[in-house]
Design a protein. Structure first.
Length: 256
C-alpha cells in the first residue's frame, strides 16, 4: 500500500473538484480547490519526494475551448517529472504514444475502450499495439446504481452497462499494467471511502490497483488501510493540505 499523488487539471488550472459534479457543457464543476501554482510545480514536488506512479488527469474534453490550455499544463508536468507519472483524459490509440514521448510512464484510458456502453475489445487491442500493455492503465472508475458499481465514462458522466466486479477485472488483467479506480460518488467529498467497493478490490490481487475517493482524514486513511488489508494503493486529493485540506502531505508522502 502506497500513496499515489495526483494532478487534476480543469480549465487550464490545477483543481480539486467534486467528481460527480463535472459537466462538459459549459466546462462546469463544483470546485473544492483551485491552485495558484501550475501543474509543473506539483510534478516537481512529487519528483523531489520520489513519488512515482501518480496520475495527471485532463478534465476538459477535446471540444472544450479550455482543452489546449489544460493539455499544455499537463505536458509541462510530464516534463517536470519525466518517466514518473501516468496521464489520462482524452487518450486514444492515435495520441497515446505522443504522451509517452513527452515523459509519461503510462497512459490512462477509459472512454476510448468503451463504445455503446460495452468494452470495445478491438480498440483495446489498438491501444496495446500502439504503446504496449506495460504502458497502459485502465481507469475503471464507477458509480453505484441499483446496488451495483457500474463503470462510467466521459469524465464520469455516462454509465456503461459493465458492472465492475472480479470477473471484469480478470477479463481485463492481461491487457494492462495497472488499474485506476475512482469511487466517483464520494470523489472530492471527504465523506468516507466506498467500503463495499474497496473490499471487493482488495480481494482481487492479479494487478496493482490505485483507489481514489472519500479519504478525508487520517482516521479514514487508517480505516481504508484496514478495509483494504494494505493491498491497494491510494490517492488523496481535496483532503490533502497541498490542495487546501487538512491531511499533511508530508505524512502520506512518507507512506510510499
Amino acid at each position: 500500500m502506497r500513496f499515489r499523488p495526483c494532478i487534476d487539471i480543469h480549465n487550464g488550472k490545477v483543481k480539486q473538484i467534486v467528481g460527480g459534479s463535472l459537466q462538459d457543457e459549459g466546462d462546469k464543476a463544483r470546485t473544492n480547490f483551485s491552485s495558484e501554482l501550475d501543474a509543473a510545480w506539483y510534478a516537481a514536488r512529487y519528483r523531489k519526494d520520489g513519488l512515482e506512479g501518480g496520475h495527471i488527469i485532463l478534465l476538459n474534453p477535446v471540444s472544450s475551448p479550455y482543452y489546449e490550455e489544460t493539455r499544455k499544463q499537463a505536458v509541462s508536468a510530464l516534463h517536470a517529472f519525466p518517466g514518473g507519472m501516468h496521464i489520462g483524459g482524452g487518450i486514444t490509440a492515435e495520441n497515446a504514444e505522443y504522451y509517452l514521448k513527452e515523459g509519461a510512464s503510462h497512459v490512462i484510458v477509459t472512454s476510448y475502450v468503451f463504445r455503446d456502453a460495452q468494452i470495445e475489445w478491438k480498440r483495446l487491442k489498438h491501444l496495446k499495439d500502439a504503446v504496449g500493455k506495460e504502458h497502459l492503465v485502465l481507469d475503471l472508475s464507477c458509480r453505484k446504481k441499483s446496488g451495483q458499481y457500474f463503470i462510467v465514462t466521459d469524465r464520469w458522466q455516462k454509465f456503461t452497462d459493465v458492472v465492475l466486479n472480479e470477473e471484469v477485472l480478470d477479463q481485463l488483467a492481461d491487457d494492462c499494467d495497472e488499474f485506476l479506480i475512482h469511487g466517483v460518488d464520494v470523489e472530492g467529498k471527504s465523506s468516507g471511502v466506498e467500503t463495499e467497493l474497496v473490499r471487493m478490490l482488495a480481494g482481487w490481487s492479479r494487478k496493482p490497483i490505485t483507489y481514489a475517493g472519500g479519504i478525508g482524514s487520517l482516521e479514514e486513511l487508517e480505516r481504508f488501510r484496514q478495509i483494504s488489508k494494505g493491498k491497494l494503493d491510494y490517492t488523496i486529493g481535496s483532503a490533502l493540505d497541498l490542495f487546501g485540506g487538512s491531511i499533511p502531505y508530508e505524512m502520506v508522502s512518507n507512506d510510499s
